[in-house]
Design a protein around this ligand. Structure first.
Ligand code: FAD
Ligand code: DLZ
Ligand code: SF4
Length: 509
């Protein structure tokens, strides 16, 4: 009797119950396949980090005594599709049972379910033992509610999992949410903590990937790959975050600065999403820092909300809405993604920095993703499917279950408000308040019209004017439409003309 157990590249959890005992009748398989490298154009660091982490994981399993079959990208027996490789292995090892861990992506979930259906041996799909919630849990919670509000879901999670709660079921500090205290811009103090990540030399692996013909973009950083490649490294990074960055996380959560790409963010999304870290241990350590007086409640609450709130909520949205979700485009946007998304060469300093940093580091923090890059694509009217593919490829932490609701729902409002109560659109004023981008920019942040007027300004007003039919009745946008209604006809016509001219030449901005 032989069992084959498949481990995907984002299922690298050494604490999974599968591994609690060694069974020589069980073979674990990991595979580097073109099916997964090529379904979207990926950032080089994303491919490199996943392969290096998969190899490290396979090595750890072998060291612990497990039987492992690792199919490398250049293995001559590699058929480069998950089902084809499984077929080969089932035949080779005379497998009598097939098991996998529930994939987090709809595409693979379907593929493995269909594969299992046609096998004539028993098949089991196991839980990854990673998330707080089941796939359907958010949908069950919102079944009888008018709108999916993250805040309601988050409060329920706090109570259910007893996170930052008092014994009498009231929230610690008497408040659920400290968001309003967490909006400072950053001017150099306190200093950005040092980057806790270890640099790895993976030049040889990078050469193998390139020689295999895998296409990618962005800087590979093959001789100093900075992403944690196993649980020990991820835990070191977590410790460093809790000690040096968490205390200031809340205050500067929304800040952006050309001199500080990391600010006080954790850089833990890769370790979490490939499951080296469990969200529970991250939340427990953050809460402990508050209880021990090492970090304030607004900082810790702000951080924990991202994990038990946004992260689990987005996953619930994904499973509730797929597969139709990927077609979302309520504004009917059709413009192609500007060319500078691939090279960062734009005169708009905010985008040059945010996209440049994404291409260099395979990472940008939340407000850069939302209020600079996503905001521009939204108000310019770029096709959301193209925006989604770019985000899915560029970030080291991008997996469809978390990326798609963030991009199509939160950032592009392409689902018509399924999860955001209003579009995250802003003019230059917001970007200027939260960053140092506008100083030194080719464009004038205050001007709306004229050759050097900041493109965000005319595009912002034009976005609301163009989409008034859909958005004007939204009470959260009453102020915006009041201002638009107060504008005289000439002012509106000027903005429309300027926006039309900008939308006609996005590549040149
Ligand atoms: P921190 O700021 O330190 O936050 C801590 C953790 O909270 C993160 O590691 C992450 O696990 C979680 N988190 C924070 N915000 C969110 C959120 N909105 N949704 C889900 N989890 C969240 N996150 C991804 O993990 N993968 C993605 O592909 C992704 N795409 C995004 C696309 C857009 C348009 C936007 C606006 C956000 C996206 N996010 C995504 C959320 C967020 O930007 C990243 O999780 C964060 O920047 C990762 O860096 P960090 O670990 O330093 O995060
Ligand atoms: C993202 C990715 C890449 C680039 N390559 C592989 C791979 O070769 N083998 C693999 O098992 N996983 C890879 N991954 C991660 C998968 O795409 C991920 O497991 C799915 O997106 C499911 O969430
Ligand atoms: Fe961006 Fe406009 Fe500011 Fe330039 S002026 S950095 S384009 S918001």
């Amino acid at each position: 009797m032989t069992t084959l157990r498949l481990i995907l590249g984002d299922q690298l959890n050494p604490l999974h119950s599968w591994f609690s005992e060694v069974d020589t009748d069980v073979i674990y398989v990991l595979m580097e396949v073109r099916q997964e490298t090529d379904y979207v154009l990926h950032h080089a660091q994303k491919i490199l980090a996943i392969f290096a982490a998969m190899r490290d994981f396979a090595h750890q399993l072998k060291t612990a005594g497990h039987r492992v079959h690792y199919l490398a990208i250049d293995d001559s027996n590699n058929r480069h599709s998950v089902p084809a490789n499984l077929d080969s292995m089932i035949a080779q090892y005379k497998v009598t049972t097939f098991e996998c861990l529930a994939p987090d992506e709809w595409r693979l979930d379907r593929q493995l379910a269909q594969y299992a259906e046609q096998l004539d041996i028993p098949c089991w799909m196991r839980d990854t033992e990673h998330f707080y919630t089941r796939r359907e849990e958010a949908a069950e919670y919102f079944a009888d509610k008018k709108q999916w509000l993250m805040e309601n879901f988050y409060r329920r999670m706090r109570v259910k999992h007893h996170v930052l709660m008092n014994a009498d079921e009231t929230p610690s500090g008497g408040r659920w949410n400290f968001d309003h205290d967490n909006r400072k811009s950053w001017h150099g103090k306190p200093s950005q903590p040092h980057d806790p990540r270890i640099a790895h030399d993976h030049s040889a692996l990078w050469k193998t990937i390139a020689d295999a013909g895998v296409k990618s973009f962005g800087t590979p950083c093959e001789d100093h790959l900075p992403w944690p490649l196993n649980r020990d490294e991820a835990l070191m990074q977590l410790d460093s975050f809790i000690e040096y960055a968490l205390p200031d996380f809340g205050d500067y959560q929304d800040a952006m600065n050309t001199q500080a790409p990391r600010l006080f963010h954790s850089l833990l999304s890769f370790s979490l999403n490939v499951k080296m870290l469990n969200p529970r241990e991250v939340v427990t350590r953050a809460e402990r820092a508050y209880r021990d007086g090492r970090a304030s409640l607004p900082a810790v609450e702000g951080f924990i909300r991202q994990i038990i709130g946004w992260r689990e909520f987005m996953r619930g949205v994904y499973w509730a809405r797929m597969p139709d979700y990927r077609e979302s485009n309520v504004f009917g946007n059709t413009l192609p993604l500007p060319i500078w998304f691939w090279n960062g060469e734009t005169k708009m300093r905010c985008l040059k920095h945010s996209i440049g940093q994404s291409l260099e580091n395979a990472h940008a923090h939340h407000i850069q993703r939302l209020m600079v890059i996503g905001n521009f694509a939204l108000i310019a009217g770029v096709n959301p499917a193209e925006v989604h593919e770019w985000y899915l490829g560029v970030y080291v932490d991008a997996y469809e279950w978390v990326e798609m609701p963030n991009v199509l729902g939160m950032s592009q409002f392409a689902d018509g408000g399924g999860l955001a109560t209003k579009p995250y659109a802003s003019s230059a004023a917001y970007i200027d308040r939260m960053s140092d981008y506008c100083k030194g920019c080719h464009y004038d942040r205050k001007a709306r019209l004229g050759e050097t007027a900041c493109p965000f300004n005319a595009l912002y007003w034009d976005f609301f004017e163009r989409n008034a039919g859909r958005l004007k009745g939204n009470p959260r946008l009453a102020m915006v439409y009041k201002q638009l209604d107060r504008m005289d006809g000439d002012a509106k016509a000027g903005l429309e003309e300027r926006a039309g001219e900008l939308r006609g030449r996005l590549d040149e901005l």
